[in-house]
Design a protein around this ligand. Structure first.
Ligand SMILES: [Zn+2]
Ligand SMILES: [Zn+2]
Length: 138
């Protein structure tokens, strides 16, 4: 009887393993993807999240000078006319380009949801292949 139960148990376990394994693999992949925005390392592969946005060059609304905002949480202050814009005003300023944090090349940037967001959602460097992605929770 014990032998029979063992065989039954083994059979069930193998069947369950077969059912669960593919799901488990997906789970891991999903967890992996979700964990990406939390990592703030600058690697050649790229970054995600607004806090790791590459340095930006925007145009001053008052005097048309170029203003560099290296950190997305910095105040945007014009070096020429001393105008100051809080970081929340970034979407209202004209974005000239983003600068690759690895090799300082001007990056190509674009949007995936232009109707819902007025900030760049991705930027890619043609110099070193660094890629930044603004992952959001839509
Ligand atoms: Zn200015
Ligand atoms: Zn680069």
């Amino acid at each position: 009887m014990t032998g029979f139960l063992q065989v039954l148990f083994e059979t069930l376990r193998r069947a369950v393993d077969r059912l669960v394994d593919p799901l488990r693999a997906d789970d891991d992949l999903e967890n992996f993807r979700l964990s990406i925005p939390e990592t703030h390392t600058t690697t050649i592969e790229g970054d995600t999240g607004w806090s790791t946005r590459p340095p930006a060059q925007v145009r001053c609304r008052q005097c048309d000078s170029e203003i560099r905002q290296s950190d997305p949480h910095d105040v945007i202050d014009c070096p020429r006319c001393l105008a100051e814009f809080p970081p929340e005003e970034f979407p209202k300023l004209e974005l000239l380009y983003l600068e690759c944090p690895v090799c300082r090349t001007r990056m190509e940037h674009g949007q995936r949801h232009p109707d819902r967001l007025d900030v760049p959602e991705w930027a890619t460097c043609h110099g070193c292949r660094y890629h930044w992605e603004f992952k959001h929770s839509f």
